[in-house]
Design a protein around this ligand. Structure first.
Ligand SMILES: Nc1ncnc2c1ncn2[C@@H]1O[C@H](COP(=O)(O)OP(=O)(O)OP(=O)(O)O)[C@@H](O)[C@H]1O
Length: 824
């Protein structure tokens, strides 16, 4: 008897197979170029589920197995990403298995829609089969079709409660509720004109359409048939006109009975879909193309050559100062050909120098510089610059946990997915271990985990500095999270103690940071204390005895927030490095109130990151842009962000920085899309108006096909005040930006590279000199600091920081005595 149910299931399963099959074909076509081995790999990947599905299908009536399988990740993995987006809301007409018609599928000539329908249909069928014996079900289909109304429609019994309806009307309504939406649509389409209705009915109908046009549910369901959110109102408007012009009385009466809201929306939706498919094929095609071009799912398939390789991934997993990078670099140096991917220019430079000193010829490649070492087979580069075309024996990706970085994470993801290396060494904390495991299972790479412990445990000094910078000792690194605080601390220490301070913060060029680090490490001078920002957390080998946190909150570009535990660990871990003067590391805080938070951070286990960053290649943005020819580049980026699809393991990296530059460059005529894309990634401090001005100038000259000139004077001497120091920092940034652009555009357009290189070296030198004698009070760089001060009032700090905050506020009210207070 159950065989009667099968005709419903057959097309569904067929369609599911079609989906998998189509995916498979597309994938095969994509990788055909790679060769047979690759195609075989794909077949094995995709055929498994396909075969499994066939087996299930051939097992008669095993609905729950079919359902389970369709729900399983293995199957969903092979479905179009739309599935995951629309999966939670079943189609109203199809939720009810009795209403489901195999013909429904053929109405949509778009196979992407099937998964959306079929999983729910099969679930519903399966539930029904579970609830009732198949024999009853078959009888029901034949004898009681009227009881099985679609969606939120009415059953006959419900209609029977309404006294006002005649028997004829009631039967009519039940019939309408049960009609195939395709037929309803055709009836309306083929009608000559609509029949006369009462004023009240027209009004209700108007309300129904108003509600439909505003229905978030309908709008999001419409995406499944490629009616975009921006086109949805127009489509509904046209549908309304069509409906009002030709609709029949019984249908109107039925809708009036449903009234505005969910019931009517769900009834109208499939009719609306029919209308759209017939009326707007071009719009649907265009939107579908657009959606397809913003498909960022399955990023592992973007690198077919890397997929064709048998790669071995070695995850060196552990806290700071545990020897991860050391071991990875040993393999790098042993290899015939290797690449080291660094999170910072500074670290790339360190590895470049270290490796060359040890006799392994190595080149350097960062956004700003290319240093080709003759006969070298090794390269130390910044992670953004690594080539996914070159073949390597060994690659090292340092600080792999930065895959989860909200802005730059995509660069690590790209390196992990795309590097063509037999052996890839990942160094980092355990926070991304689980996601790397998942990625490796997607890519088919072998994963080997090596776990590390710190050479010597980090000791927390409970005594703290008791709020007194006079308690600073030789070998201390005082960490503050703003430039202003760094200079305040330096000033106070140098004024009230015999120590001299080196400083390290993000805005300093790598050369200057290295010079300051060398000065601090060298025992034969008076500079024995380091005052640094979080920039100290990565990349420098420093002889730090103790890390002292001046405070534990920082400005995140929007407001003051507690420093994340992972960052606190990373920074504190800088104390006591193996092989340094102080192998036993200590850490503490300036104020006792902060100690609790420091302990909390260091005790906290590493986060388990669920998603890592992704960003489209230029080609993907270009393809997407082709569907939206009349919008600006920043609008294009916004549209991309809104329409792109990602699977659950990835997020789209923040691109406010890119958008801000894109907005500024909007008025520059003559730049191609690719030029704009490249200019937007230039390393420019978007909060510095001077740097932004120079970027605009560079882009304008480039657009006019003029040789781009640096056109910026060189200061004659080192800075004598904080504003002069700020000016030097900005100048270096501008020169650095010029060098970056010269590496990303044709050299003829940026002909003053040599001049820029000399300027960069000279400014870095001047900055170094300036820092040696810096003994002035810091000034605000811009409104940011003012904003920061204003926001301190609203900021909710962790309990341990609240008292400190109050203390600080009090100190601010007495600016003249401030330094004395900090020191005493
Ligand atoms: N086997 C070793 N022999 C000699 N020195 C070592 C060894 N392992 C590590 N070191 C030294 O210990 C210090 C810390 O090692 P390394 O930089 O590899 O740690 P890490 O775990 O990568 O830390 P981080 O994440 O902070 O970079 C380095 O100065 C390194 O040279």
């Amino acid at each position: 008897m159950a065989v009667e149910v099968q005709p419903m299931v057959v097309p569904v399963v067929d369609m599911a197979m079609l989906v998998v099959g189509m995916d498979l074909l597309l994938d095969l076509a994509e990788v055909a170029v790679v060769g047979l081995e690759m195609a075989d790999w794909y077949l094995n990947m995709a055929r498994g589920p396909l075969r499994h599905l066939l087996n299930l299908y051939s097992t008669k009536n095993n609905f729950s197995r079919v359902t389970n399988f369709l729900h399983s990740n293995r199957f969903l993995h092979h479905l179009h990403p739309f599935e995951s987006r629309f999966y939670p809301s079943p189609h109203p007409q199809i939720t009810n298995p009795m209403k489901f018609k195999p013909s429904y599928f053929t109405q949509f000539s778009d196979f992407y829609i099937f998964p959306y329908f079929n999983v729910h249909t099969i679930c519903a069928l399966s539930d029904n089969v579970k609830k009732e014996p198949a024999s009853n079900l078959t009888e029901k289909v034949e004898s009681e079709p009227k009881l099985e109304c679609g969606g939120d429609g009415f059953t006959e019994s419900e209609l029977g409660n309404e006294d006002t309806w005649s028997e004829h009307e009631r039967l009519n309504f039940v019939q309408i509720a049960n009609r195939d939406p395709v037929e309803i649509y055709k009836d309306i389409r083929d009608a000559v004109k609509s029949e006369k209705q009462s004023r009240a009915d027209w009004d209700t109908l108007t309300e129904i359409f108003r509600s439909f046009s505003k229905s978030g549910w309908a709008s999001s369901q419409a995406l499944a048939v490629y009616i975009g959110a921006s086109f949805f109102p127009t489509a509904v408007h046209e549908f309304r006109k069509f409906f009002f012009k030709k609709c029949k009385t019984d249908l109107i009466k039925y809708l009036v009975l449903l009234g505005p809201g969910d019931g009517a929306d769900k009834f109208l939706f499939p009719v609306f879909v029919e209308f759209c498919i017939e009326e707007f094929p071009d719009e649907i095609k265009r939107f579908r193309k657009m959606v397809d071009s913003a498909d960022l799912t399955k990023p592992h398939t973007w690198f077919p050559f890397a997929r064709a390789m048998k790669r071995k991934i070695i995850y060196h997993c552990g806290p700071t100062n545990s020897g991860k990078t050391y071991n990875a670099l040993q393999r790098f140096m042993e290899a015939k050909k290797g690449v080291y991917c660094s999170p910072l220019r500074l670290l790339a430079m360190e590895v470049f120098d270290k490796v060359n000193t040890l006799g392994v010829y190595c080149s350097l490649l960062t956004g700003q510089e290319k240093k080709d070492f003759p006969f070298s087979n090794h390269v130390a580069c910044t992670v953004e610059m690594v080539s996914t075309d070159e073949l390597y024996d060994v690659a090292v990706i340092d600080e792999i946990q930065m895959m989860a970085d909200s802005s730059r994470g995509y660069a690590w993801t790209r390196a992990l997915l795309g590097l063509k290396a037999d052996e890839i060494h990942l160094c980092g904390d355990p926070s991304v271990l689980n996601i790397v495991r998942k990625i490796c299972s997607d890519t088919g790479d072998e994963l080997v985990e090596q776990h590390y412990e710190r050479f010597k445990p980090l000791v927390i000094e409970a005594k703290t500095l008791l709020g007194d910078l006079k308690n600073v000792r030789s070998g201390d690194c005082v960490v503050a999270f703003s430039r202003r605080e760094i200079f305040e601390v330096k000033l106070a220490i140098e004024k009230y103690t015999n120590h001299r301070c080196c400083v390290i913060y993000g805005a300093l060029p790598p050369e200057t940071r290295r010079q300051q680090a060398t000065l601090f490490n060298d025992q034969d001078n008076e500079f024995d204390v380091l005052v640094a920002s979080d920039a100290v957390g990565m990349g420098l080998n420093l002889n730090i005895r103790r890390v002292v946190f001046y405070n534990l909150s920082k400005y995140n570009g929007d407001k003051m927030v507690p420093v994340p535990a992972s960052q606190v660990k990373q920074i504190a871990g800088r104390a006591g490095r193996r092989g340094s003067l102080y192998p036993d590391g200590l850490t503490t805080t300036l104020h006792h109130d902060d100690l609790e938070y420091l302990i909390e951070c260091l005790k906290k286990p590493f986060d388990d990151v669920k998603k890592v960053g992704l960003f489209p290649f230029f080609e993907q943005v270009e393809l997407f842009g082709a569907q939206l020819p009349n919008i600006t580049f920043s609008q294009l980026l916004m549209e991309f962000g809104e329409n792109c699809r990602l699977d659950g393991s990835y997020f789209l990296c923040q691109h406010q920085h890119v958008k801000k530059i894109a907005n500024m460059l909007e008025k520059v005529q003559g730049l191609s899309l690719e030029d704009r894309f490249n200019f937007c990634f230039a390393p420019c401090n978007i909060r510095d108006p001077k740097a932004m001005y120079h970027l605009l100038r560079f882009a304008s000259s480039y657009a006019q096909k003029l040789p781009v000139n640096i056109a910026m004077g060189m200061p004659k001497c080192s800075a004598r005040s904080d504003s002069e120091l700020l000016d030097l920092e900005t100048r270096h940034q501008v020169v650095s930006m010029y060098l970056w652009l010269s590496n990303h555009f044709e050299e003829e357009s940026f002909p003053y590279i040599k001049k820029a290189e000399t300027m960069a070296t000279d400014i870095a030198h001047l900055l170094g000199e300036s820092l040696l004698k810096a003994s002035w009070k810091p000034e605000s760089r811009n409104a940011r600091n003012t904003k920061l001060q204003q926001e301190e009032d609203v900021y909710q700090r962790p309990r341990s920081l609240v008292k400190l905050q109050e203390k600080k506020r009090h100190e601010k009210s007495l600016p003249k005595q401030r330094l004395e207070k900090v020191a005493a």
